[in-house]
Design a protein around this ligand. Sequence first.
Ligand code: GLU
Length: 291
Amino acid sequence: MYRGRFAPSPTGPLHAGSLVAALASWLDARAHGGRWLVRMEDVDTPRCVPGADELILQQLAACGLVSDEPVLAQSQRGALYQQALDKLMEHGRAYPCGCSRKDIEAALQAMGITRARHHAAVYPGTCRPDRGGLQGKRPRAWRFAVEPTGGNVHWTDRRLGPQTQNVATEVGDFILKRADGLWAYQLAVVVDDAAQGITHVVRGEDLADNTARQILLQEALGLPTPAYLHTPLVLGENGEKLSKQNGAQALDVSDPTAALNQAAGHLGLTSHAGPPAAALARWVLAWPHTG
Ligand code: GLU
């Protein structure tokens, strides 16, 4: 049974780009006779805006997009994430890290690695258990131990086709629990997609880069890997993707038909305007069920 989801972070209201992902995941679920769930990804509490969760649900409802099951909030699910972290630790796939950002920079410099500005650092593995572990440092964050030889992940996106990422060399041992005690998106999303029985993830293309990390986590936790489809991003006038961070305007749902038409157009559906059934049929033909 198909189970899909839309998983907004309540850091502000939805913008035009978020509706594209929401509509795509809803259409895909409906086209395959499945269920569609909304999940509030509010783990990064400092970035969450009070009331944004309600506002998002209202914006979705105005467009006829209503979760088929009660909306889960990740902020209530810490116990599950802890269980997953414990399991990874037991299997030697997670370890505490005592490095500050400065420590990481210094270690990379000592290894002669300079990195392009704005490029996230690949963690040099200083606190890996096989390198001596914390060595007296206070644990700050918890990291996933990417297997040096098993870090090459291949997966097929239903829209983008075959994808490859070497998580060991391109990302490194990524964070599962942050130094400030908050759960990392990667762990929370993997635990919840599995707990909710999600079979198909449909989300914006800006998130495609996370998929390889999520697949490694699923494998390490013995969880199934859903099918993935990443939808085209909506770019602002400056050519950058619309995001709450760069001040994208809140989605105007005073005319829901116009908002939905615009989102559908972005997915290539309006040039073949017709009854909803025709749009669904086109959707199924354009992006097959599995990868
Ligand atoms: N919460 C994430 C975001 O709003 C989406 C996560 C996902 O769909 O996997 O960017």
